[in-house]
Design a protein. Structure first.
Length: 184
């Protein structure tokens, strides 16, 4: 199987593209906290509103209660059952359809993520371009190593790909800006 045909790579890209689609729909306060599973075999991506990130770190989620309805966890180990939604496993959903599913199933998450954060949305667009070329961000793993400050490691689904670095996302805004009224 070629690098471009990697199912894990395609699924991870689909999750990130679904977040980009939600940003276009007005949920720019939706953030990702990506990283590696403890075994190092699966890429994980937690979706959460900016209010659940520390004020000085735009990539690493604060500790949250298990079952918090404002948090979604995806792992490449889930295959097509995105976020544990087994009914999606038999279908091939597009990024737009996955965004529709998130919108339908996660009203508390999206209510908390409604608003503008152009700095983060701009960073996210750049990161999505890196992911489309096969590099996936990691804000954490079990090997602290010598990570440069203010950087995320870029991982590759291609076993021969060398990791690189990506500037970390900006910290969350101090308070969510109000959403403008419709029609303005």
């Amino acid at each position: 199987m070629s690098y471009e045909d990697s199912p894990g790579r395609r699924r991870a890209q689909r999750v990130l593209a679904a977040v980009a689609e939600l940003h276009k729909r007005g949920y720019q306060l939706l953030r990702v906290s990506p990283g590696l599973s403890p075994s190092g075999t699966h890429w994980r991506c937690t979706l959460a509103p900016a209010t659940l990130f520390p004020p000085d770190d735009g990539a690493r989620l604060r500790a949250v209660d298990p079952g918090d309805a404002r948090v979604l966890l995806y792992s490449t180990g889930q295959d097509n059952a995105y976020f544990g939604w087994d009914n999606l496993a038999a279908r091939r959903v597009s990024a737009r359809e996955l965004a529709d599913e998130i919108e339908a199933r996660c009203p508390q998450l999206l209510a908390a993520a409604a608003g503008r954060d152009w700095a983060y949305a701009g960073w996210f667009a750049e990161m999505l371009g890196v992911a489309e070329r096969g590099g996936f961000p990691s804000a954490y793993d079990d090997d602290p190593g010598d990570w440069p400050e203010g950087q995320l490691q870029v991982l590759s689904f291609d076993r021969d790909g060398a990791p690189g670095w990506l500037p970390a996302p900006p910290p969350p805004p101090p308070s969510p800006p109000p959403r403008p009224a419709a029609g303005r």
